[in-house]
Design a binder for this molecule. Sequence first.
Ligand code: PRT
Ligand code: ZN
Length: 290
Amino acid sequence: MSKNTNKNLRCVIQKSGRLNEASINLLRNCGVQVELSSRKLKTGCNGFPMEFLFVRDDDIPSYVENGAADIGIVGENVVVEENKDIEIIQRLGFSKCRLSIAVPRDFDYRGVEDLQNKTIATSYPHVVEQFLSENNVDCTVSTINGSVEIAPNIELADVICDLVSTGSTLVANGLKEVQVILNSEAVLVARKDLDIGKERLLDDFLFRVQSYLRIKGYRYVMLNAPTESIESIKDLLPGIKSPTVMPLSMYGWSAVQAVIKENIFWKIVDDLKKLGAEDILLLPIEKMVL
Ligand code: PRT
Ligand code: ZN
């Protein structure tokens, strides 16, 4: 396939499935509004010189390698399995999962050597074969493309290797996870020979992505407190450089503002109240450019 010569940065994302909505959300949070139409396989967007292709996730690495697209958003598990000549340029922090070996609940698994002479069912034959060969284990790999977890129950295989997130699918099928062979999350991939114009577009896009990833999970906290407590409050709210402290028109009181990790808010809120803090607000942050 010939490389696209379009001036826009062409991005390939999953057509439908677990990555589709999260990819579109990430783009929206980066100021890129993808035009959505259930019938079109190619659309434009508002907010950035970009266009989009929608394909099955397994095809994303090939589209990027052969130049039909410049960049793509796909699970690292697929990138490793497909083994194309492309670059992972940014981990995106969503669709986290692990590719794990799972065995029937009553299988006494002590280590990888217990897979010797067994049959393993998976949709990830290359990753699994590499793992087995690195561990010098002789095990037959049977490739199936869906419902891998059913394989031991129907005697299609002794064990499986599949993606796991909560683990409930394994439990529901009488299996237990015994070995993680790959940790995965969605990644931004790019082709290796972008021209200078597209390199620049990619740098601008990456700057937006990184600004968004940096702010994800952070909130802006505002509160009023007695001025005598400010030093102790500063210890609880270090902020990015330091918190903003301003006197209130009410004598003896100050306003404090700081950026904090959302997950520490509920841990420190009681301590803030004990120090006399009142009118505590926690606000989302729209953008943060450092
Ligand atoms: O149609 P297309 O080929 O594009 O999609 P697909 O059906 O191959 O993939 P899809 O949409 O199911 O998943 C896309 C990507 O999401 C995967 O490649 C992973 O990177 C990521 N992801 C994250 C997951 C999971 N979590 C996940 N739990 N992909 C699949 N699963 C499945 C797993 O295969 C198993 O059947 O969910 C089940 C296990 O989930 P738990 O929560 O019960 O452990
Ligand atoms: Zn797929």
